[in-house]
Design a protein around this ligand. Structure first.
Ligand SMILES: C[S@@+](CC[C@H](N)C(=O)[O-])C[C@H]1O[C@@H](n2cnc3c(N)ncnc32)[C@H](O)[C@@H]1O
Length: 261
């Protein structure tokens, strides 16, 4: 794709979808856009833009594609088991009798905050915690708030007991039960431009920053540290790493886990 075409797409996407592609890795995004145009069957971006002006459904699909909503319950089971068996007991002990403040940033259609809700219910059945799930994508948040729908691949990490306890009967597609939805506060939020709540014990931000430039990534790690309480934990994706965590006021406490110093 020519650079001037990419510049135009960036402007249209920013104006119509509120997404600033400046923060996303250039080459990767250009490749994705090229393949989207081929898949759409249109011969030029001009034709495609004319189409999304009148076809709101297509506009939403385009937005979903750009924001990449891929997710599943217990994505990277090993890391989630570490969270459940090592990290949560530690931060629960530090919290004493008060409930935890936990945030899934870039939560897509909710599998991640729902996983957090299940784990915390299993670990502390009688305690109340604040669990926040946010995403830039309005459609994804609306789906999360209605409890799904999830496809079979997205729930494969759940045990038979968890399926029985937390999913409504029937499916596919699968929906989580109302009592689990009620445990989560869902909100639309752009993590790049919006302000963050503070004093979190745990922030989970996985498989989101991989799409961002290194400057944007660094800016976000600083913002996340600012939103953690001292001793709070940042849980990042399996393919991500923070090479110099001390630059952000963090220290490594296991693969994918960083603690605010
Ligand atoms: C690949 S999904 C990851 C979902 C989940 N964290 C997981 O690992 O399963 C990436 C999500 O990040 C969201 N996202 C992308 N840019 C964002 C931004 N600037 N602010 C908030 N969410 C964003 C997308 O809408 C998408 O739902």
């Amino acid at each position: 794709m020519e650079l001037d075409v990419y510049q135009r797409i960036k402007t249209v996407v920013k104006t119509n979808l509120g997404i600033d592609l400046e923060h996303y890795k250039d080459e990767q995004m250009r490749r994705r856009l090229d393949s989207w145009l081929v898949r759409s069957g249109m011969s030029s971006w001009d034709d495609y833009f004319a189409r999304i002006k009148v076809d709101k459904d297509e506009l939403l699909k385009f937005r979903n594609y750009l924001t990449i909503n891929v997710t599943e319950f217990y994505r990277d089971t090993e890391r989630w088991k570490h969270l459940q068996n090592i990290v949560f007991p530690m931060i629960l002990k530090d919290a004493g009798p008060r409930g935890l403040r936990v945030w899934s940033a870039g939560c897509s259609i909710g599998a991640e905050p729902f996983t957090l809700g299940m784990i915390l219910e299993e670990l502390t059945p009688t305690r109340k915690h604040y669990i926040l799930g946010t995403d830039l994508d309005k459609g994804a948040i609306a789906r999360a708030m209605s409890g799904g729908a999830f496809i079979t691949e997205e729930i494969r990490g759940l045990s038979p007991a968890q399926r029985a306890n937390y999913l409504r009967p029937g499916g596919p597609p699968f929906y989580v039960v109302e009592s689990l939805i009620k445990k989560i506060t869902f909100r639309e939020q752009n993590m790049i431009s919006d302000t963050f709540e503070k004093d979190f014990d745990l922030i989970v931000c996985r498989n989101v920053v991989i799409y961002f430039t290194s400057e944007t990534k660094d800016m976000l790690y600083r913002k996340f540290t600012g939103a953690l309480r001292k001793g709070g934990i940042l849980f990042i994706g399996g393919t991500e790493i923070i090479p110099h965590p001390q630059d952000f006021g963090l220290k490594s406490v296991g693969i994918s886990f960083y603690q605010k110093i």
